[in-house]
Every structure is written in C-alpha cells, then in structure tokens.
Ligand binder design. Sequence first.
Ligand code: HEC
Ligand code: HEC
Length: 292
Amino acid sequence: MADMPSGFWSGWIIALTLSSLAGVAWLVWSIYYGRDLQEESEVEPVWDEDLEEGHNPPPLWWFWMLFGALIFTLVYIMLFPGLGNYSGVLNWSQGKRVADSYEDFQANFAEARAEVLNMSLVEIQNDLDLMDTAERLFRRECSACHGPDGRGQANMFPNLHDVDWQWGASAEQIEQSIRGGRNANMIAWQAILGDEGVEQVADYVVNLRQGVDESHPGRAMFQQNCVACHGMDGTGNPALGAPNLTDNIWLYGGDMDAVRETLQQGRFGVMPAFGERLDDMQIKLLIALLVR
Ligand code: HEC
Ligand code: HEC
C-alpha cells in the first residue's frame, strides 16, 4: 500500500475498512442482543394457517465464530499492512520479504559459488552433481536452439558435441561464444560469381573433402574469393567463425543444393550473448559441459 498515489485514497480506504468492520460488528451484535429491545407487539406473519416465522436466533457458536473472526481481523490489520498506507506494527512487506530471501540465498550460495569458480574444468567435469546442474542450465537456456542434448537442429543451430568448432574449441573461445555471442557474416556470392560461378564453386566445395583436382573450374574462384576467411586449404578460421569446409560436418548442409543456397543467399548465423543473463559460475558450468 506504500505506493498509494495520495493520502486521500489511503484515508478513504482506512475509513471504508473501519466502517465496514464496525457495520459487521453491529450486525452480529444486533442479531443476538438487539432482539430484546424489539417491540413484542410486532405481528408475525402466518402462512398456510399455522406456518409462522421462527423466533430462534442462529446458534450461539455462530456468534462466537463471527466475533472471533472480527478480533482476528483487527489484530491482523494492526500487525500487517492492510489499512491504507499504514504498514503495520511488524513492518512486513512483500518487497522486503523477497529482498530478505534473496539475501539468504546469496549468503547460502556465495560459498558454493566461489568454490565452483576456484575449481578446474576437469574437477567440475568429474563432479556428477555439478554436471547435473550444468545440464539443467543448458536445457533451460540453450536447448531451444541447440536441441535438448546439444546436438544441434534445423540446419541452423550448430551441434555442440561434435569435433568441429566454428569459433574455436578451447575453453576461452567457448567462453567468448557464450559470453559475448557470435555474429557470423558470410555475404551472398550470387551477384559476384553469377549463376555459373556459383555452380562451379559449389561443386568445388562439395568435393573439397575428397580432394579436388587442380584443374577444377571452381578452384581459381575459390582461391580468389574464399580463402581469406576459409583458409588456403579450406579448413576455416575460428577467429572469423569461418567453418572448415573439408570435413563432413556442416551447419547448413554439404550437398550441392545446400551449398548452392549458402552461396546464393549468404549465411548470417547469430548466437545471442549470455554474459548479462548468466553469472560467472553458470558460464563456467556450461563451459565444463561443452569443452573436451
Ligand atoms: C568474410 C569471410 C568469408 C568469406 C570471404 C567467405 N566465407 Fe563462407 N563462411 C563464412 C562464415 C563466417 C560462415 C559461417 C556462417 C554462419 O555460421 O552463419 C561461412 C559459411 C560458409 C559455408 C557453410 C558451411 C556449413 O557448415 O554449412 C559455406 C559452404 C561457405 N561458407 C563457402 C564459402 C565459399 C565457397 C566462399 C567463397 C565464394 C566463402 N565461403 C567466402 C565466412 C566467409
Ligand atoms: C537463439 C538461439 C540460440 C540460443 C538460445 C543459444 N545459441 Fe548458441 N548458437 C546459436 C547459433 C545460431 C550459433 C551459430 C552461430 C554461427 O552461425 O556461427 C550458435 C553457436 C554457439 C557456439 C559456437 C559453436 C561453434 O561451433 O563454435 C557455442 C559454444 C554456443 N552456441 C553455446 C551456446 C550455449 C552454451 C547456449 C546457452 C547458454 C546457447 N549457445 C544458446 C544459437 C543459439
């Protein structure tokens, strides 16, 4: 109630609450004790010859129950917020309760947190409970994109359990992927290479893993346009997120149709940054889960 816009509304609510309580008290009282004051001369209606309205008051336990509820209400609004801006003798508030439990939580877990931050990744990996926590965290934060088991999905979100890391497999590189996110940037080549060029380079890329003849018609174009990012031999460059094109692990697909589409449209995969959303311990747990 502390955020009432003005004292008027607070006063209004206090008046309303107190007068309702007084009204209820009067009602209860009058049912049981006001009766004597009623004039006996009142004529009771009679129906069907002998059906009269009863004179019995409701049972007395009823009176005590209502009376008890009234006392309880009064005590309650003295102790807790309930009367307009009045915050109650105990000074209880929902916000304060949340803050208190947050402090409790911090105090209880600060130690565990610090402990995890001091452990090595291997130690974390050998602790089944911690790995359980890491997996739960992964399911909650990452599985919508990377799949529940982290094996990727939809030719769009990479498998995080294979040997191929676009942005690098070291703990530092994985940390950077999680903390800062990643923006892959591979422009569309249609306008530069033309239909025939795309066809030839795509064929070159598709055959790269089996070794391509020096005389392949796409080779010159690949050397000219692609090696800056994907490397002379096509094995990629983690600093740019340029994937290895010589293995059989593909994000968007390694058959002719998929590679053609990659070249025609370009690819711009986005891994969102989690540095703000997760704390250091959570990020460390996730690294332990992913790194080998
Ligand atoms: C500016 C750097 C850059 C250049 C130049 C570049 N690429 Fe890429 N390429 C990337 C990046 C980064 C990705 C990853 C895109 C993503 O993850 O969304 C990528 C992805 C790809 C993929 C998809 C791989 C997969 O796993 O599905 C193919 C195929 C590819 N590039 C081929 C080429 C070819 C062929 C050329 C030359 C015509 C080329 N790239 C030029 C940076 C580059
Ligand atoms: C909104 C979807 C989305 C969510 C959520 C997401 N990711 Fe990603 N992540 C991606 C995409 C897309 C890429 C690939 C970016 C690219 O094309 O290079 C990626 C790439 C990565 C990479 C780099 C992979 C490589 O091969 O180098 C890591 C590591 C990673 N994610 C970890 C995580 C973790 C851990 C979480 C949970 C905290 C997470 N991701 C949540 C979409 C997501």
